[in-house]
Design a binder for this molecule. Structure first.
Ligand code: ZN
Length: 220
């Protein structure tokens, strides 16, 4: 049963929205939520086949996403989802729907979740980096091997593992990542561009809310 991407994106954006509800309101600051998702290979293959993907060739048949998923699945929550068509057909059959695992929720965070005037997208990245650093060294090695990253370092570099995982991951955010911070801190757009994140999905443009000259999307 093929997946309806509108269902997948809506589910993940709703998770990001739920994160935004955790924000402590702050005058003049946005309350944003963000989620980082690792899709399983059937999801990316279907996306490529749908023609909606501007693929750069890294999501081809040899992409070892399933191996990566198998390595990480006991450390991160799974996202299970059935297509709307499957739910309707199962209801017609009066049977339980076939709800398939679509991927892993690698990280979720929100504005000001971490100390300081921090942003949702940067926080989601920071939390994932911290989590990956805490994974067993052998597992980090296996992730590098599975993703084809050559590592001479027997201790493995958590930074390399983090980037290897992110290069297969998608970010969801309830608003366009900021492109300029009045505080002088690094913008979320710059943080995302410095990472190897594969895709970013957002709900709305920053300029829609702030009337600002935002260029996060165009920078991507
Ligand atoms: Zn930001």
């Amino acid at each position: 049963m093929s997946l309806d991407f509108q269902d997948l994106h809506a589910t993940l954006l709703n998770l990001a929205l739920a994160e935004s509800y955790k924000c402590v309101p702050s005058p003049g600051a946005f309350s944003v939520g963000s989620v980082i998702f690792l899709p399983r290979s059937p999801v990316t293959k279907q996306l490529d086949a749908s023609g909606n993907s501007r693929t750069d060739g890294t999501e081809d048949a040899s992409d070892p996403l399933d191996e990566l998923y198998a390595l990480l699945e006991s450390f991160f929550p799974t996202l299970r989802l059935a297509s709307t068509a499957e739910l309707e057909q199962a209801a017609g059959r009066q049977e339980e729907p076939n709800i398939e695992v679509q991927g892993l929720i690698l990280s979720a965070s929100y504005s000001r979740a971490l100390e300081g005037n921090t942003h949702a997208e940067a926080n989601a990245l920071t939390l994932l980096e911290q989590k990956i650093s805490s994974l067993p060294a052998q597992l980090q090695h296996s992730v590098l091997a599975a993703t084809g990253v050559q590592s001479e370092d027997p201790g493995a570099s958590p930074g390399a593992v983090y980037q290897a995982i992110l290069s297969r991951a998608w970010m969801y955010a309830t608003m366009e990542p900021c492109s300029r911070r009045t505080s002088g801190l690094r913008s979320c757009t710059d943080a995302i561009l410095a990472s190897s994140l594969k895709r970013v999905y957002i709900v709305s443009n920053e300029s829609f809310h702030a009337g600002r000259d935002s260029h996060g999307i165009s920078d991507f």
